[in-house]
Design a binder for this molecule. Structure first.
Ligand code: SF4
Length: 313
């Protein structure tokens, strides 16, 4: 192992020991189920938004069996405004598979975890590492960014995960299982709170004098990272429609979802809007509204019968 890797292995976990955020899924008493739920919620969603939903989710469903015994629509309702609600359906399906195929216990190995619906390479490796202490190459966006800057000297990792990045991550993984878990967790945290995408706080970084990107004079990225547009998108309309279904006590008539039931001429503060009015104030064209509703039904995030549209039963 070269001296660069030795220094990174020493300094980043040491920094983590003194600076890591206290998060409930990192607590030694957290169950593997709690870790799995956190990993699925944290995909594409920041910690601050995940925290309250994770806490109430684990209170309501402390085991996979609890979630598996309820309709998938309850998972979608409890998902609230975390976004990408198909993850709620996948978590529900994973809970059922855990009950049916693994006796109600979250499996502990990477290949077994990969058999769960909705669990991909990253989640399987992260749960095997963080819930079961296994030596796995965990590669998320934050880890990729730290590797790209500190080791490869690039401002950003490539737009999608490459074989070269996986080889680099595997070559950097400490041989000892305990050290590897600390390494994965600490590099991920460094990327999340110090080596951030837009404005890395290099002055606070424990490896500033070892960072290849800084040493090379902070060259510009090789490409322009695309921002994720939101306003006016189908995702925004689908999100607003899901908020209506979550807040409704029963089925909502299709016409109510697709056509404004109130006069929208007068402006009103956003905080005063109920979900239905908030949906219609997006002023989406009819075609987009229908596309959003059709998409939600096709994705099984909503179901429709003669009484109207509701969360899946
Ligand atoms: S010195 Fe700056 S760019 Fe390099 S790893 Fe640390 S925070 Fe990231």
């Amino acid at each position: 192992m070269n001296s660069q890797a030795v220094e990174l292995h020493r300094r980043i976990p040491e920094w983590f020991a003194g600076n890591a955020r206290e998060l409930p899924w990192r607590d030694s008493g957290c169950t593997p189920w709690g870790v799995l739920v956190s990993e699925i919620m944290l995909q594409q969603t920041p910690v601050v938004r995940v925290l309250p939903v994770w806490v109430s989710w684990l209170q309501r469903w402390p085991t996979p069996a609890g979630l598996a015994s309820e309709p998938s629509g309850e998972a979608v309702r409890a998902w609230g405004r975390l976004g990408y609600p198909r993850r709620a359906l996948r978590l529900h399906a994973a809970a059922k598979a855990i009950v049916e195929d693994f006796g109600g216990e979250v499996p502990s190995t990477y290949p077994e975890l990969l058999r769960l619906p909705g669990v991909g390479d990253y989640t399987a490796a992260a749960v095997a590492a963080f819930a079961f202490g296994r030596r796995e190459t965990v590669v998320d966006t934050n880890i990729r960014r730290v590797h790209a800057r500190a080791v490869t000297g690039n401002a950003l990792p490539s737009p999608s995960l490459t074989a070269a990045e996986m080889r680099l991550a595997a070559s950097l993984l400490p041989a000892d299982a305990g050290d590897s878990v600390a390494w994965n967790a600490s590099v991920m945290e460094l990327g999340a709170v110090v080596c951030t995408a837009r404005s890395p706080r290099c002055a606070e970084c424990p490896i500033l004098d070892r960072c290849a990107w800084v040493a090379e004079g902070r060259p510009e990225p090789h490409y322009t990272a695309k921002g994720q547009a939101w306003a006016g998108t189908d995702r925004q309309v689908r999100g607003a429609m899901m908020a209506v279904l979550r807040s409704a006590e029963g089925p909502v008539r299709r016409e109510l979802l697709l056509h404004a039931p109130v006069d929208l001429a007068a402006p009103r503060p956003a905080a005063e809007l109920d979900p239905l009015e908030a949906l219609h104030r997006l002023q989406a064209v009819q075609e987009q509204m229908e596309r959003a509703l059709t998409g939600l039904i096709a994705d099984r995030l909503a179901s429709e019968n003669a009484s109207g549209v509701s969360l899946p039963l």
